[in-house]
Design a protein around this ligand. Sequence first.
Ligand code: CMP
Length: 143
Amino acid sequence: MAEERTLTILKPDCVRKELIGEVTKRIQEAGFKILAMKMTRLTKDIAGGFYAVHKERPFYNELCEFMSSGACVPMILEKENAIADFRTFIGATNPAEADEGTIRAEFADSLGENIIHGSDSVENGKIEAAYFFPGSEVVANQA
Ligand code: CMP
């Protein structure tokens, strides 16, 4: 299987619950290599640009409000089959439907506040990674 990259965001609820360390530890233990990470607070416009694909959905405004409501931690992760494996690792978008042992099943409260984001395709992973990190902030060679 090919090496892939995915963009994750530890969302404002993850930061507020002081779970940055716990979730990051689990990400690394699951074999994902962190190539870039930072803490930032999104403006509503920056959040809106990231989720532009959902612009026409009824939850778009609520989503942008939530994503700009506090600090978040975007990261670029690398692993074989990273896109699918990370989505399995975090669990279903709605935590009520997430498999036991997944990040969302364990830590998330609701569909809107679901702790963590993961890219849904290799192509979107590239677009999302570039939204947060210029190439100079991606450390692929860590030897
Ligand atoms: P995420 O994987 O970050 O991608 C889009 C987000 O929209 C999703 O997680 C959810 O948090 C959010 N979302 C999806 N459906 C709804 C909904 N019906 N109401 C509120 N938020 C939603």
